[in-house]
Design a protein around this ligand. Structure first.
Ligand code: HGY
Ligand code: MN
Ligand code: MN
Length: 409
């Protein structure tokens, strides 16, 4: 049964991977036609599994599988449908489709539970388009900041306009927050995106905590000039300052165990081979499970940028765009997940997540847990991302057993 459902999940993963804004590779930013296609397709699958569906004000797709009684609480399952640029197929959709398979199984058996199940397909987790992560799930958690509506994408479109073009309803963003008393909890299935499960030869694992992250956008402003006529000692090259910062951030993170720092984006103006770069804009993403160490490191990174700016005579702008503390997963749900995994005959392993997830938002309003699925070679945010059908079958089994255990609570 689960083998067949796992096969179905793998087929659906391939279908969703076709919904992209770029031909030949998977790039599905929030509020685009590609996300619209994904929402519509998943909505049709949800309805076929006995769920009613709707989109909330920001475009999160929500499927509702009723309880066996009225006024029951809801247990939420889900993940996100948006992606990074040139993404893997499993980051996000796997958690939605595994949840759907578990509901499909209940539906086929004509079973309802003492609680409703809601599957949420979040509209904007990666922050690819507006440089802000967990935006969709923030609405559910009542943490959406209306100031974010003014954020702009690379084409200058605001988040507000993007939500409206997607068919969203700005007037609902506050009301769409879930009332914690109506919730039993949240569980997100996700590809591990790291190598630990593979090293232990285990199909799934339980997440203990999701490491916090800080993100800053930097801008170095120097002086554009002629690449041939400007002597080396008369230059204010913004890209050279940025390059020095990239290596300084790498050294900073390398000097502290457990710290990771990434400059994943850089844009240079005016951007011509015979012009000295006048402006360089770059992003910094810095993570560590310890909140104090991470906050200190972000301050150190800023000091390094200021020193580079002073030494090179280029101006610096530093904007912190995100600061998420580390999120602890629910010991209660983790205990149930452990029992669910034991019934599949596999060893129980706990591991931290260095990637961010929508569970961060949900954990602010209800018990939240995550089940990781083994990831080939630990590779993610890359088209080479891969999971096996067998491991997906185990994850479906674990979620089905988790729902059963919750029903007997
Ligand atoms: O960036 C992250 O950690 C996640 O994949 N959104
Ligand atoms: Mn991701
Ligand atoms: Mn993800």
């Amino acid at each position: 049964m689960n083998k067949q459902l796992a096969q179905l999940v793998m087929e659906r993963i391939e279908i969703l991977a076709e919904f992209s804004v770029e031909p030949g590779r998977l790039t599905r930013p929030s509020f685009t036609d590609a996300l619209r296609q994904a929402n519509n397709q998943v909505s049709a699958w949800m309805q076929a599994a006995g769920m009613t569906t709707y989109e909330d004000g920001i475009g999160n797709l929500i499927g509702h599988y009723p309880a066996d009684r009225s006024n029951a609480k809801a247990f939420i399952l889900g993940s996100h449908l948006d992606s990074v640029r040139d993404a893997g197929k499993y980051d996000g959709p796997l958690g939605i489709l595994v949840a759907l398979a578990a509901v499909e199984e209940l539906h086929q058996r004509g079973m309802r539970l003492p609680f409703a199940i809601e599957i949420m397909a979040f509209a904007d987790e990666e922050g690819l388009r507006f440089q802000k992560s967990f935006v969709g799930s923030s609405v559910i958690a009542g943490r959406f900041d209306p100031q974010w509506l003014a954020l702009t994408d690379a084409d200058g479109a605001t988040l507000e306009a993007a939500i409206q073009a997607f068919g969203g309803d700005l007037s609902m963003l506050e009301q769409d927050a879930k009332n914690p008393v109506t919730l039993l909890g949240y569980c997100e299935v996700h590809i591990e995106q790291g190598p630990l499960l593979e090293a232990q030869n285990l199909p799934v694992g339980i997440v203990t905590a999701i490491a916090g992250s800080g993100r800053a956008n930097l801008r170095f402003d120097g002086t554009a000039g002629h690449a041939g006529t400007t002597p080396m000692d008369r230059r204010y090259d913004a890209l050279c300052a940025a390059a020095e910062f990239v290596l300084a951030a790498e050294a900073l993170a390398s000097s502290q165990p457990g710290m990771v720092a990434t400059v994943g984006k850089i844009a240079v103006q005016p951007g011509a081979s015979n012009v000295i770069p006048g402006c360089a804009q770059l992003s910094l993403d810095l993570r560590h499970p310890d909140n104090t160490l991470r906050d200190e490191a972000l301050l150190q990174a800023r000091t390094l940028a200021e020193q580079i700016s002073a030494k090179r005579g280029v101006a610096l702008e530093w904007n912190v765009v995100q600061a998420n503390p580390t999120t602890l997963c629910s010991p209660k749900l983790n205990g149930l997940l452990a029992r669910a995994i034991e019934t599949t005959g596999h060893s129980v392993i706990e591991l931290p997540s260095m990637a961010g997830h929508d569970a961060i938002s949900l954990a602010t309003i209800t018990d939240a847990a995550m089940l990781f699925v083994r990831c080939k070679d630990g590779i993610s945010h890359n088209p080479a991302e891969s999971v096996t059908t067998e491991d997906v079958a185990v994850s479906i089994e674990v979620i089905s057993r988790l729902l059963e255990l919750l029903a007997h609570e």
